[in-house]
Design a protein around this ligand. Structure first.
Ligand SMILES: Cc1ncc(COP(=O)(O)O)c(C=O)c1O
Length: 421
């Protein structure tokens, strides 16, 4: 059943030109952006006849607006948010969601410390670092968050750290940090926790847990394009009462109850943070994509992808000269693998896979600059020298999605065998 799902995605086998002629592509760049699922596009086709600006006083506009707002409930339900306490703020993507959160925390207390990790994508580092003092927890030799360092930093800066920001899964190695454990510890120090779930929720079931639970996740973001829609639209989910208090990041129409030259009254959340055009189509399409995965069952998604991942690791571990980063046998992960070939520049390897074999994978730092630097064992100075020399540094990443099959995995492994020999 799961292998038939491939037919429900666009572009899985599109012909691609390579140095050896035409072949069908192998798409293993799902952590960057996965291919698009048909249900997401079918939903668009159904909604296009009633497309309008929405929010107007007529029946079709009301229908569109209702569909758009219903996605808030779909999101809440999917991640176990509490409709009586949480709000779902629409954003254009995960980056903008985290920028909103960083602005909120800056407004909350500009002198606080934000605690994040060296595992993060820059979307979960720079928005905080550019506004407030931001510390990054180190990484263990296995590639996960160093919990001793985490506990030590919480203790050392007790009372000053108001927010912990951690990824739900590394976009490089796929490893999942122990975020519930981190949440419980953060709460015991009076801090809240944000989980950047954009690489997690389409691969594994996830819940924010009850607000009463010690390991409750206070804020979450993720988005549609990484969830098989190919479109923008994302969310920041979290405590409504808290989010109702702060100045928005973006200013414009739709966020105020009243404006005159002498007085401005902002709406509460979510509208307060949703200035400008509501992305009706991207959001509605995303709602359909979430329903699609929910219908398959996240446990089935996880099992299928775990099988593919294990097969990939079995095949890759046979290849001489291949360096695999992080503890690839740790199954607390989403199905991504980071590697390099000894004595070959990451870019050269990616080029050979792409132009030689039609394999679409990522290469470089993929936005996780500090993490990749650590995985490669580079000091700041070494990283800077490599940048200055033009050589750069990076790794190659293969990331599995729901539509991938065993043949995709074998084609990558076979190509690597040819390239390495
Ligand atoms: C872990 C992680 N967080 C945040 C982002 C930013 O997501 P977006 O580009 O959709 O805003 C990415 C993008 O790759 C990511 O991998």
């Amino acid at each position: 059943m799961m292998s038939n799902l491939r037919n429900l995605f666009f572009g899985t086998d599109t012909p691609i030109n390579t140095h050896y002629g035409l072949t069908s592509r192998v798409y293993l760049n799902n952590a960057a952006t996965p291919l698009v699922a048909e249900p997401a596009i079918q939903e668009l086709c159904e909604v296009l006849p009633i497309y309008s600006y929405g929010n107007e006083l007529n029946a079709l506009s009301a229908q569109l607006t209702l569909k758009y707002n219903q996605v808030r409930d779909i999101v809440m339900d999917f991640i176990g948010a509490d409709p009586s306490l949480d709000t779902v703020i629409y954003t254009s993507n995960t980056t903008s969601a985290i920028n909103i959160l960083s602005q909120v925390y800056y407004e909350h207390d500009p002198d606080q410390i934000i605690l994040t990790t060296r595992m993060e994508h820059m979307a979960n580092y720079l928005p905080f670092r550019e506004k407030m003092k931001t510390l990054a927890v180190g990484i263990t030799p296995e590639g996960n968050v160093d919990m001793n360092d985490y506990a030590a930093k919480l203790e050392q800066y007790s009372g000053q750290i108001k927010l912990v920001a951690v990824t739900g899964a590394s976009n490089i190695t796929g490893l999942i940090p122990p975020f519930y454990e981190m949440a419980a510890l953060a709460h015991s120090y009076g801090a809240k926790i944000f989980v950047d779930a954009v690489q997690l929720v389409q691969h594994k079931s996830f819940t924010m847990k009850s607000h009463k639970d010690a390991s409750h996740i206070d804020f979450v973001s993720f988005d549609g394009h990484k969830f098989y829609t190919g479109q923008s639209g994302g969310v920041l989910v979290g405590d409504r009462e808290f989010l109702d208090q702060y100045r928005p990041l973006m200013f414009g129409a739709g966020i105020t109850e009243f404006v005159s030259s002498s007085k401005i009254i902002y709406k509460g959340s979510p509208e307060r943070y949703e200035a400008g055009y509501p992305d009706f189509l991207g959001i509605i399409s995303w709602g359909a994509a979430i329903r699609f995965l929910d219908g398959i069952g996240m446990e089935n998604v996880e099992e299928w992808e775990r099988g593919l991942y294990r097969h990939l690791i079995r095949r890759l571990s046979e290849i001489p000269n291949l360096i695999l980063y992080s503890d690839v046998y740790n199954n607390t992960r989403v199905p991504f693998v980071a590697f390099n070939l000894k004595n070959m520049l990451y870019r050269t390897l990616a080029y050979k896979l792409g132009y030689g074999y039609g394999i679409d994978i990522a290469s470089g730092t993929s936005g996780a600059n500090l993490y990749v630097q650590d995985l490669l064992g580079l000091t700041d100075q070494q990283a800077y020298s490599l940048y200055r020399s033009g050589e750069g540094y990076g790794i190659v990443r293969a990331s599995i999605g729901l539509f991938n099959n065993y043949e995709d995995v074998d084609r990558l492994a076979d190509a690597l065998i040819c390239i390495s020999s």
